[in-house]
Design a protein around this ligand. Structure first.
Ligand code: SAM
Length: 213
């Protein structure tokens, strides 16, 4: 996998560093809400040929549709190792690949649905990554994302912007991304944005246009 920019290399090494403790770090919020949001995310997936971006340690495995053929990528080899172990333990059929979403090695128009949870907050060039998602999705195919975004509340947004550099260093994720706007910029057609909490957690449903931009 070509690592082309310094920012990608830094982001990748942060996730390699936190991979051993990722499940522990996210444990409480997982119980508090993430697991039911994951269920909702996967209930919106269409078709059988699915690509999961940024699989992490494989927390979405329990929600994979029974008859789906899932390919999953991540640019952190340490995250992928944990996903591989979990897939073996839970007997999950998934094709794991080490890949950067900013440079997907799939042909145009390949997948029925592309799905990701909490990923575009950390992709160094999110619009480039989303354009790649658009490219590999089939025409009229679906893109479903679970993301946290910058609050529309001015005070909260200010606080999120101030805290962001520290959060990125510790967790690898930006808490001030405008992912809804980024999805629209990528050329995908937004169908629905569901607020899941505090105006920050969103379920985004988008579709590839019949004719790409
Ligand atoms: C916050 S974790 C979320 C993991 C998982 N999706 C979940 O819901 O638990 C973000 C994941 O995205 C991956 N990631 C970030 N940028 C990426 C990129 N450019 N290409 C591929 N994976 C990326 C990270 O390595 C990490 O595993």
């Amino acid at each position: 996998m070509p690592i082309e920019t310094m920012s990608t290399e830094i982001a990748r090494s942060r996730y390699n560093r936190i991979a051993p403790v990722y499940d522990l770090m996210e444990g409480i919020i997982e119980i508090a809400g993430y697991s039911k949001w994951r269920e909702l995310l996967w209930s919106r997936v269409e078709g059988t040929c699915i690509l999961e971006i940024g699989i992490g340690t494989g927390k979405n495995f329990p929600y994979y549709p029974a008859h789906a053929e899932v390919t999953a990528i991540d640019f952190s080899e340490k995250m992928l190792e944990r996903a591989k172990d979990r897939a073996e333990r839970q007997k999950i059929k998934v094709q794991l690949q080490w890949m950067d979403v900013q440079h997907l090695e799939f042909k145009n128009d390949t997948f029925d649905t592309v799905v990701a949870s909490f990923v575009f907050c950390s992709v160094p060039d999110p619009i480039r990554g989303l354009k790649e998602v658009e490219r590999v999705c089939k025409p009229k195919g679906k893109v479903v994302l679970l993301e946290h975004v910058l609050s529309a509340n001015r005070i909260l947004a200010w606080l999120m912007n101030v805290a962001n550099p520290m959060v990125v260093r510790i967790m690898g994720a930006n808490i001030n991304r405008r992912t809804v706007e980024n999805v629209a910029t990528s050329g995908l057609m937004i169908e629905q944005v569901t607020d899941l909490g505090a105006g920050i957690f969103k379920l985004l449903e988008a579709r590839k246009k019949l004719l790409s931009p």
